[in-house]
Design a protein around this ligand. Sequence first.
Ligand code: 13P
Length: 292
Amino acid sequence: MPLVSMGPMLRRARADGYGIAAYNMIDFNSAKSIISGAAELSAPVIVQVSVKTVKHWGYAHVATWVRMLAEDAPVPVALHLDHCTDIDVIRRCIDAGWTSVMFDGSALPFAENLEKSSLVYGLTETAGVGLEAEIGAIGGVEDDKVVNDDQSRLADYDECLRFVAAMPNLAVFAPAIGTAHGFYKGEAKIAYDLLERITKAIDTPIALHGGTGLTDEQFTRCISLGCGKVNISTMHKRLFIDGFVGLKAERPKLEEPLPFLAAQHDAMKGDVMACIRTFGSAGRAAEAAHAA
Ligand code: 13P
């Protein structure tokens, strides 16, 4: 299918109580593993890309890989830009064919974050692509952004309402609710009460950041409270490396590269499929495609 915009399918997911997996791709093999895992389970999926990864490969290459893979797949696929603070990068992604982008103004004071997010909202509405925007400060390390424990901050409820009211067609809203990027040191302390208050007041789908290391119970509880988009990056990166080096450890004399790519692909795909099952989006491709 042609690439789709994520907003309508996320609204459908939230309304029907399931989550759509949003995986951070690394290269072509990783994007292929994400899309083939989704295709095998007839699930909608979001392939997202960090700014660093976009700059590493180039805008056109990333967009072309994902578009080609999506066109060959019988499931809806959105191409999304993850945490981006640079409006110029956002413009270039839109021009290259991304179907949604995230503007991350969470490090700014609220008024400035709202002002800049609204400006990007104007751009994305004009271009017909979806926007994700964040408030509060999600802890951990994502791309070049490091938020230490003492800097992480839950989203303020009143600010959430003002933020979303200013952008009624926001594809997905990312309030900090206690999850963090990277591996958790202990169990994640999720502010379910805050999440529930927010989702009772607004019907915009919520993005659950920091998916790596959450338990199935945490995933399903957050999804049942309105998290339509579930982000996974760190585990995918881990399997990208482990899938490759694991085979080398098993068969040190193997010199042919393709089996390594296959092992890497299968390790990543296995995790994609496990998450899709947990998030409840298996078998939802047709309804998501219809919504999109
Ligand atoms: P993890 O790296 O913890 O899986 O988080 C991914 C994420 O939220 C990307 O924005």
